[in-house]
Design a binder for this molecule. Structure first.
Ligand SMILES: C[C@@](O)(CCOP(=O)(O)O)CC(=O)O
Ligand code: SF4
Length: 401
């Protein structure tokens, strides 16, 4: 890989061992994947924040970097933590877990990483420009920023995104190069799109399994009903059930709008039967003990939908309801009165964390209802939960029965 003189110095340890370690990680990755050079990034999104997912080893690694005085050199946001960083006691997060989680957060703070703790940084100020290079971790955020925004990132892991944030560069290979951003398979959705993010979660689960780590190109019938929140749900499910980092939607996503060659690609038609089969796989008589909305983290509109459910149904929840979001979005929901409506009905607007990275299995939750295709894919493995799947309305309704 070609390095500039300055990069060579970093690599040779002339600016200290800590920066050398970061540089080493980036150059090794670049060498493995055949990058010719490093490229400047305009932002980073770092994952690997929950004590549940990184454990003691991860905490020690972060402490070591922070102790050596390393700092992010580009705007850098952070993935969800394992708990609400304000209300962890009230929400009954285990005390020793909370202590460790706060230590992790302290490390990131010292490294000047924004303690945003959200997987939807593109809703809270980390919005790269079309075509710009970034180093993002968190598979749903990667899918969104590549596909909906048209910025360029590989599916980074926590350490490589952090190293890129510190150096301000990432190895230029994979999705950073135009020739690797072309569709590999066409999916024609041969039915009217439903006006629900759970529909897109199912679509993402089905097509993700087929396309694996390729680049799907979607053809939809009634594109006008597609909202950003639905693309957020689609990308998240695609990235969880397959290894997708980028997808295109005809007439909607920016690179598809500029025109992409799809002649000669294999075409798969997805219809009602496929959806029914997938919904059937979740049929269960279990009653949920936790109902979770917000994977990926809720937009303001999605929080409003829950508040409107409460108002129109005059709802009182008799199971725990978590509406997971960023503290940015929560503070607007507080102002708009949505939080009060939801919490007066017995729900909680939970900041900074989610049902997957929180230690819900240690908090006594077994049967978890979700409207997210991604959460439905990860809950059994990450949290040993049984999954109940449905639209926002359907799963909230279960909390009132
Ligand atoms: C499951 C996931 O959304 C959250 C866990 O990630 P982490 O703990 O931030 O590494 C990660 C991912 O899909 O990239
Ligand atoms: S599991 Fe879902 S809510 Fe949690 S960090 Fe990943 S996308 Fe966000």
């Amino acid at each position: 890989m070609h390095l500039t003189r300055e990069e060579e110095k970093l690599y040779a340890g002339e600016y200290g061992e800590a920066l050398e370690t970061c540089m080493n990680l980036l150059v090794s990755l670049g060498d493995i994947y055949g990058a010719e050079k490093l490229v400047d990034i305009s932002s980073a999104q770092v994952s690997g924040v929950s004590y549940k997912t990184i454990g003691e080893k991860g905490l020690e690694f972060l402490k070591d970097l922070a102790d050596q005085g390393l700092k992010a050199s580009v705007p850098t946001t952070l993935n969800p933590a394992g708990m609400d960083l304000i209300r962890y006691d009230e929400l009954k997060f285990p005390k020793d877990f909370a202590k460790k989680q706060l230590e992790i957060i302290d490390c990131f703070k010292r490294m000047e990483v924004e303690i945003s703790c959200t997987c939807t940084p593109y809703l809270t100020g980390n919005v790269p420009m079309f075509g710009s290079h970034v180093a993002w971790a968190e598979s749903s955020a990667v899918a969104y920023v590549n596909s909906v925004i048209g910025a360029r990132t590989n599916r980074e892991g926590g350490p490589s995104a952090l190293a890129a944030a510190i150096i301000g560069k990432t190895p230029c290979y994979g999705y950073h190069l135009s020739e690797n951003r072309l569709p590999t398979q066409v999916f024609e959705v041969d039915m009217e799109l439903e006006d629900a993010s759970s529909f897109y979660g199912i679509l993402g689960r089905i097509t993700g399994r087929i396309v694996k780590n390729g680049i799907p190109y979607f053809k939809f019938k009634n594109c006008e009903s597609v909202k950003n929140d639905y693309l957020k749900a689609l990308g998240a499910a695609l990235a969880a059930s397959g290894g997708v980092a980028l997808y295109h939607v005809e007439g909607i996503t920016p690179e598809a709008k500029k025109g992409l060659e799809i002649n000669g690609l294999e075409k798969v038609v997805i219809g009602k039967d496929d959806f029914e089969k997938e919904y059937d796989s979740f049929k269960t008589s279990e009653k949920p003990d936790l109902i979770c909305i917000g994977c990926p983290h809720c937009s303001l509109d999605e929080i409003k939908e829950v508040a409107e459910f409460v108002k129109s149904e005059n709802a009182k929840f008799n199971a725990d309801v978590w509406v997971c979001t960023s503290i940015h979005m929560k503070s607007i929901a507080d102002r708009m009165g949505y939080t009060k409506i939801i919490e007066d009905a017995g729900g909680k607007v939970v900041g900074d964390t989610c049902m997957v990275v929180a230690p819900i299995e240690d908090m006594g939750y077994k049967n978890v209802a979700t409207n997210s295709g991604k959460a439905a894919t990860y809950l059994p493995g990450f949290c040993k939960s049984n999954v109940i799947y449905g639209t926002t309305y359907e799963i909230l309704k279960k909390a009132t029965e």
